[in-house]
Design a protein around this ligand. Structure first.
Ligand code: SF4
Length: 385
């Protein structure tokens, strides 16, 4: 469904600038921006995909991945089409890059991108899909027994208007919202969205600008800025990095990345180090081995990060899949696949009894949503019931 785009500026000659993401595409009439899903129609920018659902599923929240946000619950997850990055290693390319057949080579796409409309406008069967409303999504989430909704599978930023409207309505119904995102979004749209999104699983794809430019068509600094803004806002954030052998796994660079997280977010911000599998346009790189992920995870912990997880591989050892108290190392959340066992104070009565027993009066006025270690009373910053 067509819907007027937010964050647009018009020129007298009917060209428009989209200010939604850092590409700031300048788009001629009847042309689309880099994401291909925003089109200039007679001098006004429209989203072509408002309410178009590519996939919907009830997933374990750990699959997003979010390990410290309502662990052990299910989340109603929806996706749309398109992306504002062009990652050659995309693992969801069927829906994030559905317009691939007319896409220039991603290695050239940004450098040769004509800001005044080099990309043809496209039509597709996708646009004829039946659309849904935010109200439909809330209803389906409630019927599925989920207390949260995830915007995932493709980049939520590119269908911003629908994500925003659904998130606003979710708040009114007491439903939590999650964005699984590449963080490639301008400051103003992000600020407006943060008011209604409770948690972000944010993908940082590499820790150099060269990597971003060459393999994603974007830049690193706006992503880091988004991560900082989300963290400062108080919304929950977990960081994901897909480790691609030989491309973004340089030990010194990763060490800088881990230090950056500690300094600019928190050393208790969870980080997920995921294995790469050959996909999309990157078929010539071998999958990431468990041993190399383990080495990287160890160095992340050595740098001071407290919650380091390995994903996308089987037989992960307990220390890289369970959650431990950062203070006393007590096991707090045991994960066996999507089977989750929580060993911590999880209801308010228990919490009150525990605090009274331990005389933790200083914590009584703090948020009752955070997890308390039953062994030492440490309050984890990022874990929420
Ligand atoms: S959201 Fe799409 S059209 Fe808008 S600036 Fe980003 S890539 Fe360009």
């Amino acid at each position: 469904m067509f819907h007027v785009s937010k964050f647009q500026e018009s020129f007298k000659d009917n060209r428009v600038i989209c200010r939604l993401c850092p590409h700031n595409c300048k788009i001629s009439p009847d042309k689309s921006g880099i994401c291909k899903v925003r089109i200039n129609n007679k001098g006004e920018l429209y989203s072509k995909i408002y309410g178009t659902i590519s996939s919907a599923a009830v997933d374990p929240i750990e699959k997003k991945p979010l390990y410290h946000f309502f662990p052990g619950t299910s989340i109603y997850s929806i996706g749309n089409y398109g992306c504002n990055l062009k990652c050659v290693f995309c693992q969801n390319w069927e829906i994030s890059q559905p317009f691939e057949s007319i896409e220039p080579d991603p290695f050239d796409s940004i450098e040769s991108f004509d800001p005044f409309g080099s990309i043809e406008s496209i039509e597709s069967d996708i646009l004829n899909n039946e659309t849904q409303t935010p109200k439909d999504i809330i209803k389906k989430a409630i019927e599925s027994g989920s207390n949260s909704i995830a915007f995932t599978y493709n980049e939520p930023t590119v269908w911003y208007e629908f994500v925003y409207d659904t998130a606003v309505l979710s708040k009114k119904h007491g439903i939590k919202t999650v964005m699984v995102t590449n963080g490639y979004i301008n400051e103003e749209p992000l600020e407006k969205l943060i008011e209604y999104i409770d948690a972000f699983a944010l993908d940082i794809k590499g820790f150099t600008n060269e990597f971003y430019k060459k393999y994603t068509g974007g830049e690193l600094s706006p992503v880091l800025k988004s991560a900082e803004s989300i963290y400062k806002s108080g919304a929950h954030i977990e960081i994901i990095m897909l480790i691609i052998p030989g491309l973004n796994d340089d030990p010194a660079t990763l060490n800088s990345f881990f230090k950056w997280i500690s300094k600019n977010l928190s050393n208790e911000t969870p980080i997920h180090l995921n294995a790469f599998h050959p996909d999309y346009k990157m078929q010539n790189i071998t999958p990431t081995s468990y041993d190399s992920l383990k080495e990287i995870a160890k160095s992340a912990k050595k740098s001071g990060l407290k919650h380091v997880y390995i994903g996308n591989v089987r037989n992960v050892e307990p220390e890289f899949k369970n959650t431990y108290c950062p203070k006393c190392n007590n096991l707090l959340i045991k994960r066996n696949g999507y089977d989750i066992n929580i060993n911590a104070t999880k209801d308010f009565k228990d919490l009150k009894d525990f605090r009274d027993t331990k005389d933790l009066k200083d914590t009584k006025n703090e948020s009752e949503e955070n997890m308390i270690c039953p062994s030492c009373g440490y309050k984890l910053k990022t874990i929420i019931f």
